[in-house]
Design a protein around this ligand. Structure first.
Ligand SMILES: [Zn+2]
Length: 188
């Protein structure tokens, strides 16, 4: 994992989550400027609360994280822009789904992640399975994987994908979450 600085401190790094929130605000601003994708109407803010797990403790106490979202003033349809914080309806932060699946799932690692996130082996297995089965067979990935050459090792996801984002201007984890952000919504 040359050049990759990924450690367990990131799981609860408040600066990381603040940074991701700033990116989400940018993504939302762009979506709002474009207007309603259905009718071109004005988009009004219609955020909703989320209770994501696995992030910094202070965020849970101080303010409830909200999913940035809009409602069209004309056709009243909801428009939810891409997010680097939430991966669809998943309860845990997207960053957690990446970080928790980087290392081999040894007995020791299961104990570490249980202490960090309160998740059990079964959940960790499910996440791993999500990357290596659901993710790799998604229509979205079948298109996107073409931009990676040589082809990614699917058995090492998400680590094999994260490695491809070293050398970006941003930290690889942030660049990867940006890449995944269209998957965070059905509106995109
Ligand atoms: Zn509309």
């Amino acid at each position: 994992m040359g050049g990759l600085v990924v450690c367990d401190e990131l799981f609860a790094d408040a600066r990381l989550y603040d940074y991701l929130l700033a990116i989400d605000r940018d993504l939302a601003r762009c979506a709002r400027r474009a207007g309603c994708p259905r009718c071109g109407g004005r988009l009004d803010s219609a955020t909703y609360p989320r209770k994501p797990r696995g992030g910094p403790a202070r965020a849970l106490k101080a303010q409830q994280p909200r999913r940035l979202s809009f409602c069209c003033a004309r056709c009243h349809k909801r428009m939810t822009p891409p997010s680097v914080r939430f991966l669809g309806r998943r309860v845990y932060y997207g960053a957690v789904l990446v970080l928790a699946c980087l290392k081999a799932l040894t007995g020791e690692r299961v104990i570490e992640l249980k202490a960090l996130l309160g998740v059990d082996r079964r959940t960790l297995r499910r996440w791993r399975q999500w990357w290596r089965e659901e993710f790799v067979h998604s229509a979205w990935w079948r298109v996107e994987k073409a931009r990676f050459s040589p082809a990614l090792d699917h058995d090492r996801l998400p680590g094999s994908l994260l490695e491809r984002f070293t050398g970006a201007l941003e930290p690889p984890l942030v660049a990867l979450l940006k890449f995944l952000s269209p998957r965070s919504t059905r509106s995109a």
